[in-house]
Design a protein around this ligand. Structure first.
Ligand code: SF4
Length: 60
């Protein structure tokens, strides 16, 4: 059981696959952003690093 006085260690995760193919960081369903920011919205977690290619359309 974890000691409640210990601070949790920072965890590193990677994006396994991304279906947002119009993002400029998406190459063949792989994220090449280096790092991303995850936001929580009323729709749940979403990528805050999403950047549409070629235009400024809002996030789908
Ligand atoms: S930045 Fe976000 S939306 Fe874009 S490819 Fe990476 S995980 Fe997907």
């Amino acid at each position: 059981m974890q000691n409640p006085m210990e601070r949790p260690q920072a965890q590193t995760s990677v994006v396994g696959a991304c279906t947002v193919t119009d993002c400029k960081f998406n190459e063949n369903h792989e994220c090449h952003a280096g790092q991303i920011e995850v936001r929580v919205s009323s729709n749940g977690a979403e990528c805050g690093t999403y950047s549409p290619e070629g235009n400024n359309r809002p996030r789908p």
